[in-house]
Design a protein around this ligand. Structure first.
Ligand code: MG
Length: 279
């Protein structure tokens, strides 16, 4: 067989295979009213066929009318008016009405200690917007310091990191004391900044850590942590191991003595996030 003959034979085979493929596609084409197939292969490690008609559909959620706004299934923690979704702890650990000042459309850290949500959360998607004081005051950790702590234990640092150097794992968007962000995306003091956070709560079986916590963070729209594993609760100057805790705990906003502004705070519970095979 010459090269030309080999090429011609190959072309014929390709044409035949091509026709067979077209016939197969035609035979398997979805008919009107059909919602999938049961004669398709099973997906690896999933209980579903490819295009399985029995597969549950995702819930319908209405997105916000403006970017960054709360979708219809969000728990809105601050809508610009009051701190009714939050509390502070009193001297006997009782829950008190927050003393943080509320202004038109935002609130400000400072006074009476840190803020806790009255509701508890586990794995969440979290959106919040924050702005550090202008003109800036202080340096390093004493400049626009606050923090957002899913479950009250795992801090995403809030800090004025615009031309303000501190230790890398303590700058804005750091998973405090563990992981610096992939980039410094700081806006200037006084400008509103956004965090979009996906937090996967740790899971425990008795004293055993079945799955550690993971944090994904977009800072001003830039990915700065991609499902980063937390090594335990975030603390100053120490390494703390995980201690088994409840599946849901209050979210915490830190009072570090600096007046940081917050607005547009909402969360979505990520139910079933740990069981992708059921989706
Ligand atoms: Mg902090």
């Amino acid at each position: 067989m010459t090269l030309r003959q080999v090429a011609a034979a190959g072309a014929s085979v390709a044409i035949v295979v091509g026709f067979a493929h077209v016939r197969l596609e035609t035979a398997a084409r979805q008919q009107p009213g059909e919602l999938g197939y049961t004669d398709t292969p099973m997906l690896p490690n999933q209980p579903w066929h490819v295009h399985d008609p029995a597969r549950p559909h995702p819930p319908i959620i209405t997105p916000a009318s403006t970017p960054g706004g709360a979708p219809s299934d969000a728990v809105v923690l601050f809508d610009g008016k009051d701190l009714s979704k939050w509390a502070q702890h009193g001297p006997k650990d009782e829950l008190l009405t927050p003393k943080w000042p509320v202004h038109d459309g935002y609130f400000e850290s400072g006074g009476g200690g840190s803020l806790y949500t009255r509701e508890a959360f586990g794995s969440i998607q979290l959106h919040l917007e924050w702005a550090t004081p202008t003109p800036p005051k202080g340096t390093s950790q004493e400049r626009g310091n606050s923090g957002v702590f899913p479950m009250g234990l795992y801090e995403v640092q809030v800090l004025d990191s615009y031309q303000n150097v501190t230790y890398a794992d303590g700058q804005a968007a750091a998973l405090y004391g563990q992981w610096p962000p992939l980039a410094n995306v700081a806006r200037k003091p006084g400008e509103w900044q956004t965090y979009d956070i996906v937090f996967e709560a740790p899971r425990f079986d008795g004293a055993r850590v079945v799955q550690p916590a993971f944090m994904t963070v977009l800072w001003n729209g830039v990915l700065v942590h991609n499902r980063k594993e937390l090594q335990g609760p975030t603390v100053h100057r120490r390494v703390l191991p995980y201690e088994p805790h409840a599946a849901e705990l209050p979210l915490f906003l830190q009072d570090h003595g600096n007046p940081v502004k917050f607005r547009n705070v909402w969360v979505r519970r990520l139910k079933g996030y740990d069981q992708p095979e059921t989706r």
